[in-house]
Design a protein around this ligand. Structure first.
Ligand SMILES: Cc1cc2nc3c(=O)[nH]c(=O)nc-3n(C[C@H](O)[C@H](O)[C@H](O)COP(=O)(O)O)c2cc1C
Length: 222
């Protein structure tokens, strides 16, 4: 890339606004004792505000060499037990989680200037919950999921068509066959941080940390 192009990119980036707002006040005094309740409040607000894909999050994991990896996934549920997502246990992320279940989840809701960071341990839910998640997907999503092979090299773009058509026909039958490797994972959190941006950059940060079965709250410097 030429020096001029780099300069142009740098200038274009510098002109982009971030945390443009309007941003909401975050009253940390009025927060619940458990983070999942606050998360559900924030998520509910993001959904009601009409944000696009507020349930998209980054899952970070580490591979066998300790090299971090990250990708976007869809949040499937949240309750006191944890944050749920679903994927193929044979995928790179599935194999990473089997070897090292420590993960981080990151949510960012730009229009609200909010970030939530979850750190914890991912474990597979009971098989029937994974099957229920699989069956709740659309036929096309089930067809792709049932092919497995996620993230393996694809010889050429047309190589997907024939196996996809076969899988789709199978998934359109009643009852649809359930993928053995489609897995619902539950992330039991050890730490959850709520970050509310402010126009004056005095961002408000509240971290919940779990120790001895209890949640402790701590404000953080911006
Ligand atoms: C908005 C969005 C939502 C996604 N949701 C999922 C999901 O719920 N499950 C999944 O396995 N992959 C999902 N993906 C694809 C993943 O980001 C990733 O490409 C795939 O899971 C392979 O990851 P891996 O090679 O790290 O295993 C989503 C991608 C995007 C952009």
């Amino acid at each position: 890339m030429s020096g001029t192009t780099i300069e142009t990119t740098r200038r274009r980036l510098a002109r982009l606004p971030s945390l443009a707002g309007p941003l909401w006040p975050f009253d940390t005094e009025a927060t619940p004792t458990e983070p999942h309740s606050l998360f559900l409040d924030w998520l509910g607000f993001a959904i009601d505000a009409g944000l696009r894909e507020p349930h998209a999050m980054t899952l970070s994991s580490v591979d066998a060499e300790g090299q971090p990896d990250a990708r976007i996934l869809i949040l499937k549920d949240v309750d006191a037990a944890g944050w749920c997502f679903a994927s193929d246990a044979q995928s790179p992320k599935g194999r990473q989680l089997a070897a090292n279940p420590r993960v981080a989840l990151t949510f960012y809701w730009p229009r609200l200037g909010q970030q939530v960071r979850v750190r914890g341990t991912a474990s597979p839910a009971p098989r029937q919950r994974s099957a229920a998640d699989f069956l709740a997907r659309s036929a096309t999503a089930r067809a792709i999921a049932s092919l497995g092979r996620q993230s393996r090299p694809l010889e050429h773009i047309g190589a997907l068509a024939a196996p996809y058509e076969v899988a789709l026909r199978q998934q359109q039958h009643e009852p649809a066959p359930v993928s053995d490797s489609w897995t619902l994972y539950v992330v039991a959190a050890s730490s959850v941080e709520f970050w509310q941006g402010r126009n004056d950059r005095r961002h408000v940060r509240l971290r919940y940390e779990r120790s001895d079965g209890h949640w402790r709250k701590q404000l953080l410097w911006p």
